[in-house]
Design a protein around this ligand. Structure first.
Ligand code: ADP
Length: 186
């Protein structure tokens, strides 16, 4: 099972991804998490990415594409994976298509998790109180939402053209939402 999980910040992608990876026994790649680890370990990617992460801005497409091309071509990816936070722009989606062509992988679906904006901002402000993430302050939360609507939401339309999109309501109890996702994938 090879999946993309799409949705605005705060919709619960990470939470659902963790449950889905167990259910389908696949890898979970959260590019936000990978990038934060790179920053912590002061790697070259981390040094390049830090100013964007701290400012709630998108890290340049070229960095993401290089990082994911390397990761996805490793053998352990063959059975399946869930991409969470990538692609986030049309150029990243186009780059991902090329990568997948090269390694002969096919996507099974793009799950689009939805929620209204007010609910999202409430959730993120609450998370910011105890997440310790440098980008969970109210101002940066709003910026990340705007970037999502401007640059990432167009991917839904992009993937709709290949008939891959499955829309799932992201409001409700956590297990209930997981069940909705599993159901649309069957
Ligand atoms: P959230 O889903 O809550 O916005 P993430 O953990 O997915 O948080 O991402 C946090 C930050 O990591 C983003 O604001 C951005 O700076 C960086 N990032 C993650 N994935 C990408 C990507 N595909 N392209 C560019 N930047 C990214």
């Amino acid at each position: 099972m090879k999946l993309i999980l799409l949705g605005p910040p705060g919709v619960g992608k990470g939470t659902q991804a963790n449950r889905l990876k167990t259910y389908f026994n696949i890898l979970h790649f959260s590019t936000g998490h990978i990038l934060r680890e790179e920053v912590k370990s002061e790697s070259e990617i981390g040094r390049k990415a830090q100013i964007y992460l701290d400012g709630g801005k998108l890290v340049p497409d070229s960095i993401l594409l290089e990082m994911m091309a390397q990761r996805l071509s490793q053998k352990d990816c063959m059975p399946g994976y869930l991409l969470d936070g990538f692609p986030r722009t049309i150029p990243q989606a186009e780059g991902l298509n090329q990568i997948l062509d090269q390694i002969q992988h096919n996507l099974n679906a793009v799950v689009s998790l939805t929620a209204d904006e007010e609910e999202l901002i409430n959730r993120l402000v609450l998370r910011g109180i105890d997440s310790g993430r440098s980008d969970d302050t109210p101002e940066i939360i709003l910026r990340r939402q705007k970037i999502y609507w401007d640059q990432t939401a167009p991917l839904i339309n992009y993937y709709q053209k290949s008939g891959l999109v499955k829309e799932v309501n992201g409001i409700g109890e956590i297990p209930e939402i997981t069940e909705r996702i599993i159901k649309v994938l069957k």
